[in-house]
Write a protein of this length. Structure first.
Length: 219
């Protein structure tokens, strides 16, 4: 009887240890998740870790299985927009994204939260509602970080399609075209990406901004 009890306790502890890294809003085996989504050579582990840190802290998210990462440390000639399905551990989209005209040429170097700056913003956002405007089918963004990106609404920073965000533009210009601060996407993919990430999913925009980590409450 005692041997059976010991076996039961051992089996129970093994079961508990194997499920201790189950995917929940507050518990991730980061390295396993990073590997399963196959992000190596696409998004650095450090950027991924920061994105997950904010994702876990943002309680207002409604579309909670989706996390989008924009890596503005990469040049616009590379794919740097990534949509992750955290719940199912999948990379749903990997594509190009434009940055602001005053943020830089090929590389995004200068960021702003100021109206009419025509610069991109870094940090954490929540996606909001869709609408059809001058740029077609678009997605509003809510900046969550005071003094960093909380003027996104006032600045009309939205996700939209643009012909200058198509990869063919790179062939003729040597880089993507640039927006007035919006993360503009290739025309072919933009509508389906917007429909995937809309209504309360987390977006993390990473960039070479030395002050961001000092100011952010999410990383």
């Amino acid at each position: 009887m005692r041997k059976r009890m010991i076996k039961f306790i051992v089996l129970l502890s093994l079961l508990m240890s194997s499920t201790s890294y189950a995917l929940t809003p507050n518990n991730f085996d980061l390295k396993d998740l990073y590997a399963r989504i196959n992000l190596k050579e696409k998004v650095s582990f450090e950027i991924f870790k920061n994105a997950i840190a904010g994702y876990q802290k943002i309680k207002e998210k409604k579309n909670s299985s989706i996390l989008t990462i924009i890596d503005y440390t990469k040049p616009s000639t590379e794919q740097r927009f990534f949509v992750l399905d955290i719940e199912n551990k999948k990379l749903l989209y990997e594509t190009y994204v434009a940055h602001g005209t005053r943020t830089g040429d090929i590389f995004a170097e200068k960021f702003s939260n100021t109206v009419n700056s025509h610069k991109s913003s870094v940090g954490f956002f929540l996606t909001d509602e869709t609408y059809v405007g001058s740029k077609g089918y678009s997605l509003r963004l809510e900046g969550l970080e005071e003094g960093i990106n909380d003027n996104a609404r006032k600045r009309a920073i939205v996700i939209h399609a643009a012909d200058y965000a198509n990869p063919d533009f790179i062939k003729t210009s040597g880089r993507l075209g640039r927006s007035w601060g919006c993360p503009a996407l290739p025309e072919e993919l933009s509508p389906e990406i917007i429909d995937t990430i809309k209504n309360g999913s987390v977006l993390f925009v990473n960039g070479n901004d030395s002050n961001y980590a000092k100011k952010s409450k999410f990383i």
